[in-house]
Design a binder for this molecule. Structure first.
Ligand SMILES: CC(C)(COP(=O)(O)OP(=O)(O)OC[C@H]1O[C@@H](n2cnc3c(N)ncnc32)[C@H](O)[C@@H]1OP(=O)(O)O)[C@@H](O)C(=O)NCCC(=O)NCCS
Length: 215
């Protein structure tokens, strides 16, 4: 058992003995740093696997298929993105991360993204004058549903409000396999549907729902 698994198991046991409020009170979110890379990568591996689980939620990639490549990609994001956060529980162990792009950063890598989205007729497009796009949220697989994702969002929202940004967009995959955990999380966080996008990825066409929330 590696160090992170051991920690996660301890956290799991702890969450059974502590009430949920106490567990949540121990959570802390902060900006990611290069030192966090290994733990971030392990968390990505726990939910970004070859075999995807709709109910637990998943990341599109299979992170353990090419450790060097994915660690490099994650490191680049830690260094570049203004809004890359980790959540820690007791012992300062990382239990989840959230990676978000500013509009400028997002369009740098996805030049035609705004044109590719089929915007919902009722969506007010003035909301995309400036925005933050959440690219990935990942909670260590055995620890989902304990408020870690919500804690990461709290810090993101606090930071973007300081910059005067009030609109958040997030994509959720519904085909070829729906991400039910992500859909439930969006609902819980009061997002509304803003559009749909078809995305070609590794020889397949994915369907993404674009969700929006004003803060
Ligand atoms: C989706 C995800 C980020 C949510 O984070 P989290 O820490 O589990 O969520 P929280 O505990 O803060 O919020 C809980 C709410 O999210 C929803 N939710 C989270 N996981 C869920 C699941 N597996 N099934 C159904 N609903 C789920 C529920 O509405 C839940 O509210 P409830 O506890 O009152 O029922 C997390 O489950 C995860 O990392 N999943 C795997 C990766 C992924 O799918 N990421 C999103 C796409 S990038």
């Amino acid at each position: 058992m590696d160090k992170l698994n051991l920690t996660a198991n301890l956290l799991e046991n702890e969450s059974l003995t502590l009430d949920n409020k106490m567990f949540r009170n121990r959570l802390r979110a902060r900006k990611a740093t290069p030192k966090d890379l290994n733990e971030i990568y392990h968390i990505a591996c726990s939910v970004g696997k070859n075999k995807k689980d709709s109910n637990q939620g998943f990341l599109m990639d299979d992170y353990s298929s090419d450790p060097k490549y994915y660690q490099k990609r994650l490191m680049e994001s830690i260094l570049e993105l203004d809004h890359f956060y980790v959540a820690e529980s007791y012992n300062n162990k990382i239990v989840g991360f959230l990676m978000a792009y500013t509009k400028e950063q997002w369009l740098k890598y996805n030049e035609n993204w705004i044109e590719e989205v089929f915007w919902h007729p009722s969506f007010d497009k003035s909301k995309i004058e400036d925005f933050i796009l959440i690219d990935k949220t990942a909670i260590y697989a055995p620890l989902t549903g304990h408020g870690i994702g919500s804690k990461l969002y709290e810090l993101l929202i606090q930071d973007i409000l300081k910059k005067g940004i009030h609109d958040i967009l997030a994509e959720t995959i519904i085909s070829p396999l729906p991400n039910f955990a992500s859909l439930a999380f969006r609902k819980k966080q009061d997002y509304t549907l803003a559009g749909t996008r078809y995305e070609d990825y590794k020889g397949e066409t994915y369907t993404d729902l674009i969700y929006h929330k004003s803060v």
